[in-house]
Design a protein around this ligand. Structure first.
Ligand SMILES: N#Cc1c(N)ncnc1-c1cnn(CCN2CCOCC2)c1
Length: 303
């Protein structure tokens, strides 16, 4: 049975993403829980990928550490054995797949950085020759590396709807010019650090989405999950070939299987065969180990 917030019935549920849950812990903290659910083509599938939640949580925690000199994060602890007593009944369900975080006043903008042209950015470009107001050279195609990384903020859409790209001026109008400029600066700086680190490991970071919030003292903190295959597009460098949809590092086996079945994307997703589940799990573990240099078994045993 997929992990759902009903399994944490005693906790105060604040919200759900496609594959994650958010709970209140007291007045000053939240608990982010990552399930093993997976979505493809914006549809949550009925089959889980074992350990996916732990891989993405472990990746976020590692990236928060790598980025700590650039920006503080919202994480308080990921050690379930030190969580507040109210979480004790759920310790083993939370181990490795959860983060206890400061409760932040979230900035209502998704901070997106793009190093390559694809997805909604490609659609924007094909329509207008620009992406979120950034004029781009002619002749770019799906998967093209952009001349420079661009910042393309968007609104935070409800589940099931797509975020709406907004201009930098619109972002400034929503959150104020000073904060909008700081969000852009941090987003581009973090993206630069992360894309360099990923490229050293043969992985192209095509684009990613950050969320920020202010803590009780007014400090701006990096929040949510960061630089995971769910919040980012990661492409294997050795198969990068601009001109068509790039193979996803983590979801390509699932996408190819779904296409092979002739699945109608307006219908519920089909169950996945064991070989697709196992291959996909292996890709998530490979992503964790290649990026962090840590064995996933060691992460799990230390969680
Ligand atoms: N991170 C964080 C965070 C925090 N540290 N404090 C207060 N609120 C949030 C928060 C509110 N919405 N999100 C988006 C992310 N999803 C929401 C639904 O559940 C899944 C995650 C984050």
């Amino acid at each position: 049975m997929p992990l759902t917030h009903e399994e944490f019935a005693g906790l105060t549920h604040l919200g759900s993403g496609k594959v994650r849950e958010l709970f209140a812990v007291g007045d000053d903290a939240v608990l982010l829980v990552a399930s093993d659910r997976i979505s493809a083509f914006d549809v949550v599938l009925p089959t889980e990928i074992p350990d996916k939640g732990a891989v993405l949580t472990g990746l976020s925690l590692w990236w928060f550490d790598q980025l700590a000199d650039l920006v503080p994060s919202h994480v308080i602890s990921s050690n379930v054995d030190e969580y507040p007593a109210e979480l004790a009944p759920y310790t083993e369900q939370l181990r490795g797949r959860s983060m206890l975080c400061r409760r932040l006043d979230m900035v209502l903008i998704e901070c997106v950085a793009r190093g390559y042209l694809t997805g909604s950015g490609l659609k924007d470009y094909n329509r207008s020759g620009a992406v979120s107001g950034h004029p781009l050279p002619e002749g770019l195609v799906d998967g093209s590396k952009l001349p420079t990384t661009i910042y393309t903020p968007s609104t935070k859409a409800p589940i099931g709807q797509h975020d709406e790209n907004i201009s930098r001026d619109d972002a400034a109008g929503r959150v104020g010019a000073e904060l909008a400029a700081e969000l852009e600066r941090l987003t581009l700086q973090i993206f630069g650090r992360a894309s360099d680190l990923a490229a050293e490991r043969g992985i192209l970071l095509a684009d990613t989405k950050f969320e920020f919030g202010h803590d009780a003292e007014g400090t701006l903190r990096l929040a949510d999950e960061v630089l995971t295959p769910d919040s980012s597009r990661f492409w294997p460098e050795d198969t990068w070939a601009p001109g068509s949809s790039q193979p996803s590092f983590d979801k390509q086996f699932i996408r190819d299987y779904l296409v092979s079945t002739g699945w109608d994307k307006t219908e519920p997703g089909p169950e996945l065969p064991d070989d697709v589940v196992e291959a996909t799990r292996a890709r998530y573990v490979e992503a964790y180990e290649r990026l962090t240099g840590i064995s996933f078994k060691d992460y799990l045993s230390g969680a």
